[in-house]
Design a protein around this ligand. Structure first.
Ligand SMILES: NC(=O)C1=CN([C@@H]2O[C@H](COP(=O)(O)OP(=O)(O)OC[C@H]3O[C@@H](n4cnc5c(N)ncnc54)[C@H](O)[C@@H]3O)[C@@H](O)[C@H]2O)C=CC1
Ligand SMILES: O=C(O)C(=O)CO
Length: 327
C-alpha cells in the first residue's frame, strides 16, 4: 500500500477531514498522521516522511524543500491542503520530479459562499439600515436592489469567480466579467458577458467582486479612476488580495459615503489599527476568513489521492508555466 504522510497539525486535520473522509483515506493508503499540534521543523518533516510517496501539507507545515525531497526521494506528490502554492516554486524545486497539487478549487467554494452572502446584504442595504435603527425609531427603508434586478461584475474568471457565478446565476442578475485571459464565448458559456474594459464594468455594475491573483498586472488594478467610476451606492467586495486594489483610493470614495465595501483582505494584512477600513460605517472588514478550513478541502485531498493512485491527475496540478496567472 502506498504510504502517505499527513504533516498537518492535529487541529487542522480535525478542521478539514470528516470521519468519513479520514476513513476513506485510510482505506486506500497507509496513512501516517502527524500526532502533534506543533508546526514540524524541516528536520522533523524529513524524519516523518521517510518512505512516503505522498505528503499532505499546508502553510503550517514545512514546504517541499530540496532538503526534504532529497531526504525522502520516494515523494512523488505534494498535496497542498490549502490554496496558493506559488511560494513553493523556488529554484529549489527546479528539476525535481514532484507533482504539486493545490486545494484552491475546494477553498473557492467556501469563498464564493461568503461573497454571495455579502452581495445580498450589501445590495439590500441591510447594514446601514440596522446601524440607523440603533438611534432612530424607524430608519427609512432605503432604495435597495434585488439580485434579479442588479448588474453585477466579477473581476477574474478564477475558480472562486466561477463558483460564485454558479451560486449567483439562479438569482438572475445580469453578470459582467472582466478577465483578459477568457474569451467572449467562454464567458458566455459561464453565463456572463465579458467586458474588455475594467472601467466599463465599474460604470455599469451595482456590485463588483474581485477574484484576481496578486501579480504584476493586478497590483492596484482597482485604483482611483475605477473606484470613482463606480455607481453611487455600489457594493465592492474584495476577498482576493489587498494589493489588488489601491486601498487609499477606495478609502477616499468610502469617506464620501458613496460606496459600500466588504474587505476580507488588506494591504498590509492585518490592517493597521488606525486604518479607516476598521471604523468607517460603510466597510465591513473581516480577517481573511472567506476561505478558511472546511471539509471541502479534506474531501478534495481524498479525491486527489484516489486520482493519483489510479494513475490520473489530481484536480489541480500546478506547474511552472501556470504561475504568472495564478493566485
Ligand atoms: N480570502 C480568502 O480566504 C481567499 C482568497 N483567495 C484569493 O482569491 C483570489 C482568486 O483565487 P482563485 O480563484 O484560486 O484564483 P485562480 O488562480 O483560479 O484564478 C485567477 C484568475 O485571475 C485571472 N487574472 C489574472 N490576471 C488578471 C488580470 N490582470 N485581470 C483580470 N483577471 C486576471 C486569471 O485569468 C484567472 O482566471 C486570489 O487572489 C487568491 O489568493 C483564495 C482563497 C481564499
Ligand atoms: O488560498 C488562499 O489564497 C487563501 O487566501 C487562503 O485563505
Amino acid at each position: 500500500m502506498v504510504q502517505i504522510g499527513v504533516l498537518l497539525p492535529v487541529s487542522m486535520q480535525k478542521a478539514i477531514f470528516s470521519e468519513t473522509s479520514r476513513k476513506e483515506m485510510e482505506a486506500i493508503a497507509a496513512v501516517r498522521w502527524n500526532e502533534t499540534d506543533e508546526q514540524l521543523t524541516e528536520e522533523q518533516a524529513c524524519q516523518f516522511l521517510q518512505g512516503c510517496e505522498v505528503s499532505v501539507g499546508s502553510w503550517k507545515t514545512p514546504k517541499p524543500s530540496r532538503a526534504i525531497l532529497e531526504a525522502c526521494p520516494e515523494i512523488k506528490l505534494w498535496e497542498h491542503a490549502a490554496g496558493s502554492v506559488k511560494a513553493f516554486f523556488s529554484d529549489e524545486l527546479q528539476g525535481k520530479d514532484i507533482m504539486i497539487a493545490s486545494c484552491a478549487p475546494a477553498i473557492g467554494r467556501t469563498v464564493a459562499e461568503m461573497v454571495l452572502g455579502e452581495m445580498i446584504i450589501g445590495l439590500r442595504r441591510i447594514i446601514p439600515n440596522a446601524q440607523s435603527n440603533r438611534t432612530e425609531r424607524r430608519a427609512p427603508v432605503p432604495n435597495k436592489l434585488y439580485l434579479a434586478a442588479a448588474t453585477i461584475g466579477i473581476i477574474g474568471a478564477s475558480q472562486v469567480g466561477r463558483y460564485f457565478l454558479q451560486l449567483v446565476r439562479p438569482f438572475g442578475p445580469r453578470v459582467l466579467l472582466y478577465d483578459p485571459y477568457i474569451t467572449h464565448e467562454a464567458a458566455a458559456e459561464l453565463g456572463a458577458a465579458k467586458v474588455d474594459s475594467l472601467l466599463e464594468l465599474c460604470a455599469q455594475c451595482d456590485a463588483i467582486t474581485m477574484h484576481t491573483p496578486m501579480t504584476e498586472s493586478t497590483r492596484h488594478m482597482m485604483g482611483a479612476k475605477e473606484f470613482q467610476t463606480m455607481k453611487d451606492d455600489a457594493v465592492f467586495i474584495n476577498s482576493s488580495r489587498g494589493g489588488c486594489i489601491d486601498e487609499q483610493a477606495l478609502i477616499a470614495e468610502l469617506q464620501k459615503g458613496r460606496l459600500f465595501a466588504f474587505l476580507d483582505v488588506s494591504d498590509p494584512e492585518p490592517a493597521d489599527m488606525d486604518n479607516p477600513i476598521r471604523t468607517l460605517p460603510n466597510v465591513i472588514y473581516t480577517s481573511h476568513l472567506a476561505g478558511g478550513q472546511s471539509y471541502h478541502i479534506g474531501n478534495q485531498v481524498v479525491e486527489d489521492l484516489k486520482a493519483y493512485l489510479s494513475g490520473q491527475k489530481p484536480k489541480m496540478v500546478v506547474t511552472w508555466d501556470m504561475l504568472d496567472r495564478l493566485a
